[in-house]
Design a binder for this molecule. Sequence first.
Ligand code: GLA
Length: 422
Amino acid sequence: MKQILLVLVCVACISASGQKYDQLALTPPMGWNSWNKFQCDVNEELIRETANAMATNGMKDAGYQYINIDDSWQGQRDAQGFIQPDPARFPSGMKALADYVHSKGLKFGIYSDAGSKTCGGRPASRGHEYQDALTYAQWGVDYLKYDWCGCEDLKAEGAYTTMRDALYAAGRPIVFSMCEWGQNKPWLWAKDIGNSWRTTTDITPCFDCKLDHKTWRQWGVLQILDAQKPLREYAGPGHWNDPDMLEVGNGMSVNEDRAHFSMWCMLAAPLISGNDLRNMSQETLQILTDKDVLAVNQDTPGVEAFVQPEKFSLEIVNRNERGHRFTIVQPKNNGVEIWFKPLSNDSWAMCVLNRNKDAKKISFDWKNEKVADSFSKREAHFDTTTYSLRDLWSKQDAGDTSRILNAEVPGHDVLMLRLDKI
Ligand code: GLA
């Protein structure tokens, strides 16, 4: 049987290469991943219980689909080189686990690395790419996160292309989530390779901090957010910038979790929850499943938000790798950023982000503001068009754009509005 498979692998790799599945991840993928909460402590019971939770707690209804196992599910390779799951942690095997997840109406994801070993020291895919892709397809895997530990002597574009081709040859549509931490600027070359690419180092459940562990670093929400500002024009349906998985429910305050989630929705980021779904607060669940906020993330044109240049702010004009002009706005006054995301049907999402620990008052005079996006070619003319305003978190109508918007935003929190033409 194994020999027949190997022959099939080789036939497949000759006959099909150079493509990625084109109907995948047309809106940002939504799911769960074990890493942020459980790190290497994964087993089949956790995965089954998490699938049960997602299927019944409202997350599946809200659009979450993927149950993804991160690092350390791997055991050894067999005599022919086929990867086996860790027998102590996954005694029933991966096919049975994938079947279980599918039986809940959900999809199943897995993790590997382009090097010889994963970051957690388990066998990875280098030299086994076609074999692994075929194994994943046979198990019924729907999503592969592909990491970058131990790859110093590899070229990222080549390594990720090899796995892209292997997945295509294996014949099962598998979302390909690239995770080389933005080191090789994947936004410049990975549009036809991956369905998403990480843009930074790992996230940590902290709103505003940088952690230096010497051999690796972690960034807080604001640090990751700032790194996304020049990248918006590289993302779109099927190929997303990935500012890393969610830390909602992992220790930040409710305000911070809400701001983190809102901004990931504004960025059209993949929404991969990273908390313990079996045991979370009502506030955490409410944040993760807010349908109005999720609709901003899942809006079909898939355009990322931008910062509205602030009056009296320090505007640093810069150019991205395509030579296109972008601005980094560093608020000189009060650390409040106003973000706009063009939505379908001429609507907009607006998110007022308070980066400070203390509350700030804002006043936004629509008629004096020009909201214009040269990338999506969308403009809002508040002098001639009036938009209704809906507060997406409080579910209140917030008037319309004919009057100045006055609001107070709590520290490390947002005011998130939807603008619809009247
Ligand atoms: C890297 C990735 C993380 C996680 C770990 C697993 O650090 O960036 O998201 O997958 O590896 O070891």
